[in-house]
Design a protein around this ligand. Structure first.
Ligand code: ADP
Ligand code: MG
Length: 395
């Protein structure tokens, strides 16, 4: 990565503002139901503590829409951080102003505090310069470790970088390095697996990857639009009529570039979108008018798995079927196992894809699981993420 990280700068005794992604899911009692994002932020915080920095954490949580709302307080996060770090992490009532300035002035080397939800201020998402300057005044250095919000130019991700030196945190560095290396310097064969509900969500990703990969595997709901483009009847399957021409063009483009495009050859169909719907596996040429394809079939999975097993780099985004229902999870499971067993670099991005590999118990066998849903999609589209672009370049 050509951006500086916390490892490249002096932090001892400095006030360091760390933008983390603590946007964790909470239940009705506001208890954290999944602390993956908190755990992912620990390496950077622990490093700064060990180096004797004064650590000021900032994050958003949910969508309070610029209003103070206790429902979106970071109090549960402060508590969880205290447990994980083995030191008290107090929550400061505001991320700017006197309250924040006073709390920071009392902070000792190696201590950590957490500022309240930055989205309690409407200025955050507007990237208001005065607000960003106020927040930056709390610190000597800015560390962006919130990969999940790096695709947004907000005050606490981009605005503050105009006022104090800005570098990447260790999580941000890892995300950008793994995905950046895979896209720019992949070990070949390089295989991308794209699935999920809709082609329209991932046109940018497919186009960008077509220019880089040796093989592109397409499954999930979006495969139906490609099957239709190949002339098959897809019955009542999820289909984007208006994207059939685009699918045809992408098939042509793959051919022209010499990219092997792998589409399903069989599918699991049902007459209803329901977990207990009777289902059967048919060739893609045998889908009836009143049936919908809800998973790839065994023959498709075997074909995909064979392609994946020889890959040296795999990027996977989007499940192969409606994996939330056991009857339609086998295609995703087979692909998950194949990716996990492949000897190359394996990267999984996308909220549902990550949930799928976790559900299938293979998450720890992947090289890298991206913590950023929207941000990882934009990265795979080849877009420049404003939160990354704003960081200092390496000399
Ligand atoms: P990600 O979050 O990993 O980027 P998406 O959000 O694009 O993935 O797609 C995931 C969703 O796609 C899942 O909810 C899954 O049920 C749905 N899906 C996958 N295959 C099908 C299908 N054949 N028909 C309808 N929905 C599907
Ligand atoms: Mg999703």
């Amino acid at each position: 990565m050509n951006k500086k990280s916390v490892n490249d700068v002096e932090v001892q005794g400095k006030r360091v503002l760390v933008r983390a992604d603590f946007n964790v899911p909470l239940d009705e009692q506001r208890q954290i139901t999944d602390d993956t994002r908190i755990r992912a932020s620990l390496p950077t915080i622990e490093y700064l503590v060990q180096q004797g920095a004064r650590v000021i954490l900032a994050s958003h949580l949910g969508r309070p829409k610029g209003q103070v709302n206790p429902k979106y307080s970071l109090d549960s996060v402060a508590q969880r951080l205290s447990e994980k770090l083995g030191q008290n992490v107090s929550l400061v009532g505001d991320c700017v102003g006197t309250v924040a300035a006073e709390a920071v002035s009392k902070l000792q080397d190696g201590q950590v505090l957490l500022l309240e939800n930055v989205r309690f201020h409407a200025e955050e998402e507007k990237n208001d310069p005065a607000f960003a300057r106020d927040m930056s005044a709390l610190a000597d250095l800015f560390v962006n470790d919130a990969f999940g919000t790096a695709h947004r130019a907000h005050a606490s991700t981009e605005g503050v970088t105009h006022y104090i030196p800005a570098v990447a945190g260790l999580l941000m560095q890892k995300e950008v390095e793994f995905m950046g290396n895979a896209l720019e310097r992949p070990e070949r064969p390089f295989v991308a697996i794209i699935g999920g509900a809709k082609v329209s969500d991932k046109i940018g990703v497919i186009e960008n990857l077509l220019a880089k990969v040796d093989a592109l595997i397409i499954g999930g709901g979006m495969a139906n639009t490609f099957l239709k483009a190949q002339g098959y009847n897809v019955g009542k399957s999820l289909l984007e009529e208006d994207k059939v021409d685009l699918a045809k063009q992408l098939i042509e483009k793959a051919k022209a570039k010499g990219v092997e495009l792998e589409l399903p050859i069989d599918v699991v169909v049902a007459k209803a979108f329901a977990a207990d719907a009777p289902h059967r596996t048919v060739s893609v040429s045998e889908i009836l008018d009143d049936e919908m394809a809800l998973d790839i079939g065994q023959a498709s999975a075997a074909k995909f798995e064979a392609r994946i097993s020889t890959a040296r780099t795999v990027i996977w985004n989007g499940p192969m079927g409606v994996f939330e229902m056991d009857a339609f999870a086998k295609g995703t499971e087979g692909v998950a196992q194949a990716v996990a067993s492949c000897g190359g670099i394996t990267i999984v991005g996308g909220g549902d894809s990550v949930a799928a590999v976790e559900k299938m118990g293979v998450a720890d066998r992947m090289t890298h699981i991206s913590t950023g849903g929207g941000a990882s999609l934009e990265f795979l589209e080849g877009k420049v993420l404003p939160g990354v672009a704003a960081l200092q370049d390496k000399a």
